[in-house]
Design a protein around this ligand. Structure first.
Ligand code: ADP
Ligand code: MG
Length: 478
């Protein structure tokens, strides 16, 4: 191997690493070996045809960016794709891509497709120094079309949709979307922006993360350019500002934002904000700003239920053109109930593993992959499944396990479900409480104790618990 190719590739990796998620990096870039570097053409060896296609489909921009930075504008990439691994030290049989002449090589422009959603980390124009761009900074892959609706997001989604049809005119101004990590806040924010852009091409829609807003402001202060900063934001017709919880404690930023907010609002410009918690829980935010946030509509995103998770997975595999058996889809949906980003991560790792090891995607592989990557899923059942099983057993509705009812038989069922959640999942007490209608961790501790006590003293009760356990186990071994 030519040492130059190693050095060049390592430099590329540094650049790539900063722009994609860690799991993605491990999955798609770690297995790549640099082979040679000749005439500005870097050849990398990838484990399979599928790998090559996936890289070209999803990461061509980031690869191009890295090559450009490391090799200059003439830098090109060639793939050596392993077709047959070879045995006992014989070299693998590989095929070169692109197999046309290198000059004919033009990376596919997939920017407008919906395929890059999972790893998009902002605009690619990193080398543009200009501070304020009149571009919307929207990720074109986040759309309403691929934002699956469920009970968990119905209000936020429809409010977002309404805003997109009549930006600035509905009473949903500002629209505040809040929810935990990976539940779709950013996706929804972009979807609103993209929809508006499409219907009203003349409107200046701007997506900005709160961090970026803060950094721009700090810079503006340093360079004595606060006026430019403010003027720029005052031109915006639709301002989508993501993760405003980062404003907490930043008095000066809040002040300027307050000013911009008022101006935009008064002139019927639309403001969409997201936050990781409800406005009332936003600590370190000035009261006057908070009260502005409440002028419009506040809508939350909840954890998706089982059916919604299935729909999200199906949508994802369809848009990626991959095939996954139904039982595996169900298994994933049962097992990953933490958030949607994680669900997508697991799905992609599964596809990668199947390709790397040339295996079919089946339950066995899915279990293996889950064990390796999602630390909080050791066991095979999720809280959802436990709740479903327990409520079926007691002929209750799942919701009754989560609501406030103090009826004895419901309390017992709820406690049993908590007990199994503690026993069979790796969710923290806090997280378990959250899944049971937002109860706190001491309630869960109490439930576990009560169930243990009851089992010790009441053999009928113990049998019931054993019965439920069997039902759970059936799922566990599938
Ligand atoms: P957040 O900003 O709340 O942390 P994101 O918007 O980044 O979450 O969502 C995480 C991932 O989950 C994204 O890839 C997004 O496309 C996906 N996702 C979230 N909600 C949905 C949904 N309802 N339908 C389809 N995909 C979703
Ligand atoms: Mg986000």
């Amino acid at each position: 191997m030519n040492p130059d190719s190693r050095t060049a590739w390592n430099e590329c990796l540094q650049i790539i690493k900063e722009r994609i998620g860690e799991q993605t990096f491990k999955t798609w870039f770690k297995p790549i070996e640099p082979v040679k570097l000749e005439d500005d053409i870097l050849t990398i060896q990838v484990p399979s045809q599928f790998f090559y296609e996936w890289l070209e489909e999803h990461y061509v921009h980031v690869l191009k960016l890295a090559l450009n930075a490391v090799l200059g504008p003439n830098g090109k990439l060639e793939y050596s794709v392993i077709v047959d691994k070879g045995t006992n030290g014989s070299l693998p049989y590989t095929v070169k891509y692109p197999n046309k002449s290198p000059s004919a090589y033009a990376p596919k422009e997939r920017y407008g497709s919906r395929r890059q959603a999972a790893d998009y980390k902002g605009p690619f124009k990193v080398d543009v120094v200009q501070e304020y761009q009149l571009e919307s900074q929207l990720n074109p892959t986040y759309l309403f079309d691929n934002f699956i609706e469920g009970d968990c997001n119905r209000l936020a989604r429809s409010a977002g949709y309404a805003v997109a049809q009549k930006p600035g005119i509905t009473s949903f101004n500002p629209l505040m979307i809040y929810g935990g990590v990976g539940l779709g806040k950013t996706h929804l924010g972009h979807a609103i922006g993209n929809d508006i852009k499409q219907q009203f091409p003349d409107k200046f829609v701007l997506y900005v993360s709160s961090e970026k807003f803060i950094n721009q402001f700090i810079k503006a202060v340093q360079n004595n350019e606060i006026q430019e900063f403010t003027n720029f934001y005052l031109q915006v017709d639709v301002l989508i500002i993501d993760d405003v919880q980062f404003f907490s404690g930043k008095e000066k930023t809040q002040e300027i934002f307050f000013h911009i907010f008022n101006h935009l609002h008064q002139t019927s410009r639309q403001i969409v904000m997201t936050s990781d918690c409800a406005p009332r829980n936003l600590k370190g935010l000035q009261e006057r700003l908070l009260s502005r946030f409440k002028w419009g509509l506040t809508a939350d995103l909840q954890l998706p239920d089982f059916e919604t998770r299935i729909a999200i997975i199906n949508n994802k595999i369809e848009s990626e053109g991959i095939e996954i058996p139904g039982d595996v889809v169900e298994y994933l949906a049962y097992s990953v109930d933490t958030n949607i980003r994680e669900l997508e991560g697991v799905l992609i790792s599964l596809v990668a593993q199947a390709s790397l090891n040339r295996k079919e995607i089946d339950l066995e592989l899915a279990k293996q992959v889950l064990k390796n990557i999602v630390t909080d899923i050791e066991t095979e059942v999720g809280i959802d499944y436990i709740q479903k099983t327990v409520s079926e057993y007691y002929k209750l509705k799942v919701d009754q396990l989560k609501d406030k009812t103090r009826k004895k038989e419901i309390v017992i069922a709820r406690q049993i479900a908590m007990y199994f959640s503690k026993e069979y999942t790796n969710h923290s007490l806090k997280s378990i409480g959250y899944h049971f209608g937002g109860r706190d961790h001491s309630t869960v501790i109490h439930a576990v104790q009560s169930i243990n006590d009851l089992m010790d003293t009441n053999s009928n009760f113990k049998n019931s618990v054993e019965d439920i356990k069997k039902k759970l186990k059936i799922r566990a071994v599938y």
